[in-house]
Design a protein around this ligand. Sequence first.
Ligand SMILES: *Cc1c(COP(=O)(O)O)cnc(C)c1O
Length: 229
Amino acid sequence: MTISETVLQLRREIPAHVQILAAAKTRSAVEVREAIEAGIGIIGENYVQEAASIIGEVGRGAAEWHLIGHLQRNKVKQALELFDVIETLDSLRLAVALDKQCRKIGRTLSVLVEVNAARESEKSGLLPAEVEPFVHEMGRFPRLRIDGLMTMGPLVENPEALRPYFAEVRGLYDRLKRLRLPHAPMKWLSMGMSDSYPVAIEEGATTVRLGTVLFGPRKETMDEDRDPE
Ligand SMILES: *Cc1c(COP(=O)(O)O)cnc(C)c1O
């Protein structure tokens, strides 16, 4: 199947209220363009450098660009030139750096808070218990709008094993949304990947991040926690 045929099939299968983000790591500009032409409105990139090159070819205005990989503070300036949404806000220090750069360029930034739902020590993201106090603290940064939560989930054989993690993050999301904090509208819950998106949608995802099912298997394997920058 071509990328366009796959997108049409996924769009028929996935409920209309759920956004599909194309997770585009290692994909070429040609592949990304094909996804956009088939109707994908959001492209997710893991690395600032790779995003700069793809966005340079595809065009900044061709889609909404989301950073879905870890952001280092020394890449904040460049990230803000490239991305519409940072899905991986995972520390106070990063919030300080993002807010500072936003003030400098006169921009408000949409961010999601990344949750380390499985409490894996080597993974980035806030622990579930830290999320609510962190979101309250973000009121200090008028340039950052907390639009939701994002989670990866651990690597598991059976996607059913992710259900409790997705459910827990959904619970945090709902609770924060009910608070109606002016700086935290909580519109998006980004969870679920190729192997787990049906479970994530059942547990309330509003955005699924799809790579393999959308583009096909990746040619090079990339260690997702690698940090080449
Ligand atoms: C690669 C990646 C995805 C998509 O993974 P697939 O299993 O290929 O669908 C989603 N989210 C993040 C953060 C990723 O790095």
